[in-house]
Design a protein around this ligand. Structure first.
Ligand SMILES: *Cc1c(COP(=O)(O)O)cnc(C)c1O
Length: 364
């Protein structure tokens, strides 16, 4: 069977080239006579894969030397706890920006460890925008500021990086980049810590990437389990316990694929055109609607509704018949959502846009 265009929010589409290479190497990786899945994580072969994956990520995202790259498991959800456990550093307050369901989950978990000051929120509007900094009420003494640069469910993306120089306390900025990491150039120096589950824009489920400035490590809250301590993972090159080896390997292949595409500047251009194809169509018909503020629309997750919601089921059915799948919106918000991560080819977006146009014409 041909591959179809998969608009899933995550786990999500991977480059076909990567999957083919993985298929070719699955029984016998580089003449080792073994699958990469069967190897010791501490052996020479796998160590070389992990090291190259880290080196490629460092190069692609220009990660400075004073940042550690950690390959963990537990998903982005584990980071909702690990961030406060490791970054509170004797403080009792942290700032959170609430722009959607993922922010909210991060907040809820952080509240187990500290007082959370919601420095800004778009919840009242139904999460349709990213509050600009003049709308923030930050705590100048917060241990850190946490935000979600791309809200995967609501489709709200920050097209700017918060500037924390309003405080002289050198507050670290923490970002949950699960759904937009590597979709555009990244200025790591603006952040204290970046984390991302791999299964949206980087690779398969199971791997969680953390990029953290070295000087923030070493002080955890009391009774922090070793496996939740960044410093222990950093000191052990992410081999304190068994890392998700196969997910790291596939991620490595995805990074090589990204490099071949020309890196983050090039992929950003493609992502801008892909998103524009859908938003332009949505805005020029009366048939579809997107409630997110134009300046804050996500390039990765395009949520939209049909003005006549009675047609939702028919839309999804016909889309499926056209080889366009996983377009149903998140169960919490309804409507449709097209996730168009790096690995979604422009052909897929063109096919979706053309189907949407046709569907609108046939049902006008
Ligand atoms: C998917 C997602 C998560 C949760 O990731 P898990 O790997 O399931 O823990 C957290 N934050 C954002 C922004 C996401 O898109």
């Amino acid at each position: 069977m041909e591959r179809i265009f998969n608009f899933s929010a995550g786990p999500a589409v991977l480059p076909a080239e990567v999957l083919k290479q993985a298929r070719n190497e699955i029984l016998n990786w580089h003449d080792s006579g073994m699958s990469i899945m069967e190897m010791s994580h501490r052996g020479r072969e796998f160590t070389s894969v992990a090291q190259k994956t880290e080196a490629d990520l460092r190069e692609l995202a220009s990660i400075p030397e004073n940042y550690k790259v950690l390959f963990l498991s537990g998903g982005a959800t584990s980071q909702f706890s690990m961030v406060p456990m490791n970054l509170l550093r004797k403080k009792k307050n942290a700032d959170y920006i609430n722009t959607g369901m993922w922010s909210k989950k991060a907040i809820k978990e952080a509240q187990r460890y500290c007082h959370v000051n919601i420095a800004a929120s778009s919840e009242d509007s139904g999460y349709t925008y990213a509050p600009t900094q003049d709308q923030w009420t930050p705590d100048l003494n917060a241990a850190y500021v946490h935000y979600t640069p791309n809200e995967t469910i609501g489709g709200v993306e920050f097209n700017w990086i918060p500037d924390l120089t309003y405080s002289e306390n050198n507050i670290p900025l923490v970002a949950d980049m699960s759904s937009n990491i590597l979709s555009r150039p990244l200025d790591v120096t603006k952040y204290g810590l970046i984390y991302a589950g791999a299964q949206k824009n980087i690779g398969p489920a199971g791997l969680t990437i953390v990029i953290v400035r070295e000087d923030l490590l070493g002080e955890t809250i009391q009774n922090t389990p070793s496996v939740f301590n960044y410093k222990i993972h950093a000191d052990n090159f992410s081999m304190y316990n068994t890392p998700p080896t196969y997910a790291i390997y596939i991620t490595g292949l995805v990074l090589e694929w990204l490099n071949k595409k020309g890196g983050l500047e090039e992929i950003e251009k493609i992502n801008i055109s892909k998103a524009a194809l859908l938003y332009d169509l949505i805005d020029t018909t009366d048939f579809y609607h997107c409630s997110v503020a134009k300046s804050d629309r996500s390039r990765m997750n395009v949520p939209f509704t049909l003005k006549n919601t009675d047609l939702d089921a028919e839309f999804l059915k016909q889309a499926q018949d056209h080889g366009l799948t996983q377009l149903r919106g998140h169960r919490a918000v309804g409507g449709m959502r097209a996730s168009i991560y790096n690995a979604m080819p422009i052909e897929g977006v063109l096919a979706l846009a053309s189907f949407m146009k046709e569907f609108a014409n046939n049902h006008a």
